[in-house]
Design a protein around this ligand. Structure first.
Ligand code: CP3
Length: 345
């Protein structure tokens, strides 16, 4: 039963007794228990076994005392379920058997039917909502971020093929964005219908575009996805890395919460996205490795900057890393939960 709804209250900018905190990639290789499970199952096999997947999702909630669970999955899970031939290669990332580059490739992408193609995702969500007392977040990758893997075929540094497609074949690009956006919208709504209390849209790599390109080639598709999710009433968190230059463009997409990466000063970023949003973030992940007093000062700096207005969800500016220690992450949670707003002012 949901007894801790601080994250949902913050997403709706309602006052809270303390700031809710969770971590992107809070389940993963930094946990010995996760590493043990990975000896038996690949990442995708975990996702395909609802009991194992639920266990992995719950683990960080118990271990770290965070205020939300995020479904253990990957942004590639639905594309894999649709038969696109993608695998997650350890220490590399998503790799496609055959990149998607032509009008023909795009036309061959099927529509997502979650119940048929990724039934284990919906089943895991149903298991989890029975067990958890904190909100469960569903998620999907943004269409640009998904395309950056699907078009390049693997992780890229320069985004050459994906930008080339965008600039040289705008119609093929638009068709690809439309297909991926339809999939993402369906997938997010289906996760909410199965029981997720809120969703996060990871458009992690969209910061590689400048603002005019984002507005022209990506934003209309994001708007469509967010509008579809809005009809469910569940809050949506929009997140990307290196997006300081795009924050003003994010401000009229209809997202409830904007995730802020660690490069931004969160109070100034909040001004850019506007007071009609909640914000999430944004401790520099590397601060988790710092001496405790430095880490505390940095945690307090984030909290001080958001103090006095409801609607802050504490998180890292990007995800947890395999070399992080459980005890440091526990300390971050403790620092957030015990922060005395008035005293620190
Ligand atoms: O946050 C959570 O606890 C939920 C789990 C989650 C995973 N992937 C599991 C995973 C989430 C939210 C994701 C999203 C995801 N996947 C993103 C967007 C988030 C971000 O970090 O910006 C992206 C870009 C991917 C694609 C992906 N999957 C990459 C680049 C990698 C790293 C490859 C590697 O080995 O370092 C993955 C693998 C992956 N997905 C791991 C986990 C826990 C690594 C651990 C493993 O292989 O077991």
């Amino acid at each position: 039963m949901l007894t801790n709804d601080r994250l949902l209250r913050a997403a709706r900018r309602l006052p809270n007794d303390r700031v809710p905190v969770w971590f992107m990639r809070q389940a993963g290789r930094y946990q010995p228990e996760y590493r043990k499970i990975r000896e038996k199952y690949t990442l995708m096999e975990i996702c395909e076994h609802p009991d194992v997947c639920a266990e992995v999702t719950i683990l960080p909630v118990k271990q770290l005392d965070v205020d939300a669970a995020i479904l253990f999955s990957d942004i590639m899970t639905p594309l894999r379920g649709m038969g696109l031939g993608v695998d997650i290669v350890e220490n590399v990332g998503p790799v496609f058997d055959k990149p998607i580059r032509t009008a023909r490739d795009v036309a061959a992408i099927p529509q997502l039917n979650a119940e048929e193609m990724v039934p284990y995702v919906l089943e895991t969500i149903k298991l989890l909502v029975r067990e958890l007392n904190v909100p469960l977040l569903g998620f999907a990758g943004g269409p640009f971020t998904l395309a950056s893997y699907a078009v390049e075929g693997r992780p890229t540094k320069d985004y050459k093929n994906v930008k080339n497609l965008m600039y040289s074949e705008p119609q093929v690009w638009a068709a690809l964005m439309e297909k991926l956006s339809d999939m993402v919208a369906t997938y997010l709504v289906d996760q909410i219908k199965a029981g997720c209390h809120a969703v996060q849209l990871f458009d992690s790599w969209v910061g590689n575009l400048n603002r005019p390109d984002y507005d022209q080639y990506v934003k209309p598709h994001m708007h469509k996805i967010i509008s579809a999710v809005k009809e469910t009433g569940a809050p949506l968190i929009l997140f990307g890395v290196h997006t300081g230059h795009l924050l003003e463009s994010f401000s009229d997409l209809g997202a409830d919460v904007i995730g802020i990466d660690w490069k931004e000063e969160i109070d100034k970023a909040w001004d850019k996205v506007g007071p009609h949003h909640a914000v999430q973030g944004n401790l520099d992940p590397i601060a988790v490795f710092a001496p405790e007093d430095v880490m505390r000062a940095k945690v307090h700096d984030v909290l001080r900057r958001t103090e006095g207005r409801p609607g802050h969800i504490f998180n890292l500016g990007h995800g947890c890393m395999p070399s992080m220690s459980i005890s440091s992450l526990q300390k971050v949670v403790e620092m957030v939960h015990s922060y005395d707003h008035k005293e620190a002012k």
